[in-house]
Design a protein around this ligand. Structure first.
Ligand code: DAT
Ligand code: MG
Length: 146
């Protein structure tokens, strides 16, 4: 079963969108297997976004992610990595398809509400980085209907 790391960014938490975002993934049929509200250290933010460290916006990105709490989550389900990316929409909300999270709730590329792992390798790396790889193991009776 595939897993991905999703995070409601500081703008989403401040704007009261945690419930809305969790609800979309629940209704889709994915399974929440860990979650926490947390403040982010600069060290963690820099590790999380290390692939972008040479980009001109890297400093601003780290400032933003550490500016206010985030809601970090692990979700499980068939093709959850790519399906969650589709549900999020393109990085720049101006390019995101209507009905996606970023299109529906965000305006700027810097504050685009949500993070989601972009590959199996990064999903594993991010789940290890944010949750030490730990998930809550449980059965959902409805899983045979999804
Ligand atoms: P994504 O979050 O869709 O995976 P990414 O990994 O390329 O996108 O970039 C990570 C975050 O960095 C992105 O969500 C917002 C910020 N970002 C990306 N491109 C940017 C740009 N051109 N200007 C400002 N911030 C940017
Ligand atoms: Mg990315």
């Amino acid at each position: 079963m595939e897993r991905t790391f999703l995070m409601v960014k500081p703008d989403g938490v401040q704007r009261g969108l945690i419930g809305e975002i969790v609800s979309r993934f629940e209704k889709k049929g994915f399974k929440l297997v860990n979650a926490k509200l947390m403040t982010v250290s600069r060290e963690l933010a820099e590790k999380h976004y290390e692939e972008l460290k040479d980009k001109p916006f890297f400093g601003e990105l780290v400032d933003f992610i550490t500016s206010s709490p985030v809601f970090a989550m692990i979700w499980e389900g068939d093709n959850v990595i790519s399906t969650a990316r589709t549900m999020m929409g393109k990085t720049n909300p101006a390019d995101a398809a209507p009905g996606t999270i970023r299109a529906d709730y965000a305006v700027s590329v810097g504050m685009n509400i949500i993070h989601g792992s972009d590959s199996p390798e990064n999903a594993k790396r991010e789940i290890d980085l944010w949750f030490n790889g730990e998930t809550i193991v449980y059965d959902k009776a409805i899983s045979k209907w999804i």
